[in-house]
Ligand binder design. Structure first.
Ligand SMILES: Nc1ncnc2c1ncn2[C@@H]1O[C@H](COP(=O)(O)OP(=O)(O)OP(=O)(O)O)[C@@H](O)[C@H]1O
Length: 275
């Protein structure tokens, strides 16, 4: 069979495919027929206001969220399939490490579960900049350090898919910068990263952006393309303009007082400075 004119395989470039995903939580739809693709080997940012559905989407991708309808496919397999477990690292928003163990003991525990040697624990601890605190009980760490201890555990075993729910919350600017640089190094090494944030400053650091609001996708593009489409260099403003455009196009009522995205709207007033 000739291979000369074979079209590029889209699956080879796609790590995650979400189609028409509906998730109901607390008796209401949180994701509304949500469809998106996450490219392989890139850092994709999942940006949106608090409560917009970022964590819910991440939970669906790692296979811990009950879904009402639609499909989530990761590396060609249904989300949550046993073969994906070792290939996926997931940092939850609340640190998921044991307070009564040291950083090293926590990382070794995860390494053991993963079937990795103890040296893997030291590698990931160094990777998140916690080598000096490796012997410290997690319960005595600062919030930002605890979050990094949790991140270290998510990186055990060099997962191909790394899903990080607000990994930079509570980190100082220098550490945030280090972490973002590290995320890009991981992507350059072939890993796929999906990183959530509600801080638009961080959007500019992503290769690709998924902008989400009230469980719907507002944009799926590069930061530059989002800026161009919205006609502004400010990504925060771009997000607000895209929301307004979308609602005008849909003929949303209350163009004035209920116009989503109006500056100062509690739901859309994205934080610029976390912590
Ligand atoms: N366990 C739950 N039971 C019922 N409703 C829930 C539950 N968890 C989340 N929700 C609701 O689902 C919606 C989406 O929540 P989700 O945590 O996915 O948002 P988010 O974008 O990650 O927010 P944040 O940035 O604040 O973490 C919210 O309206 C939230 O109240």
């Amino acid at each position: 069979m000739s291979t000369m004119s074979r079209a590029p395989d889209p699956d080879a470039r796609t790590a995650i495919e979400v189609r028409d995903l509906v998730v109901r939580r607390g008796g209401r739809d949180v994701l509304h027929r949500f469809t998106c693709r996450v490219p392989r080997g890139r850092v994709t940012g999942l940006l949106g206001p608090s409560g917009s559905g970022k964590t819910t989407l991440m939970r669906a991708i790692v296979g811990v969220q009950r879904v009402t309808a639609g499909t989530v496919t990761v590396f060609g397999a249904p989300a949550g399939a046993p073969e994906l477990r070792r290939r996926t690292g997931y940092l939850t928003q609340a640190p998921s490490v044991y307070a009564d163990l040291t950083v090293r003991e926590n990382a070794r525990y995860f390494a053991t579960l993963h079937g990795s040697p103890a040296t893997e624990a030291d590698r990931v601890i160094a990777e998140v900049g916690l080598a000096d605190a490796a012997g410290q009980l997690v319960g005595t760490l600062s919030g930002g350090q605890r979050s990094r201890a949790s991140l270290a555990c998510a990186l055990v075993g060099r997962p191909e898919l790394i899903v990080l729910d607000e990994p930079t919350v509570g980190q100082d600017p220098v550490l945030r910068d280090d972490l973002w640089r590290r995320f890009h190094e991981l992507a350059a090494g072939g890993a796929t990263l999906l990183v959530s944030s509600h801080v638009m400053d961080e959007a500019a650091r992503c290769d690709q952006l998924l902008l989400i609001r009230e469980g719907a996708l507002i944009a799926d593009d590069t930061p530059d393309a989002v800026r161009r489409r919205a006609g502004t260099d400010d990504l925060d403003e771009a997000f607000l303009r895209l929301i307004r455009d979308r609602e005008h196009a849909a003929g949303a009522p209350g163009d004035g007082e209920h116009a989503a995205g109006a500056p100062g709207d509690r739901d859309t007033d994205l934080e610029r400075n976390p912590s």
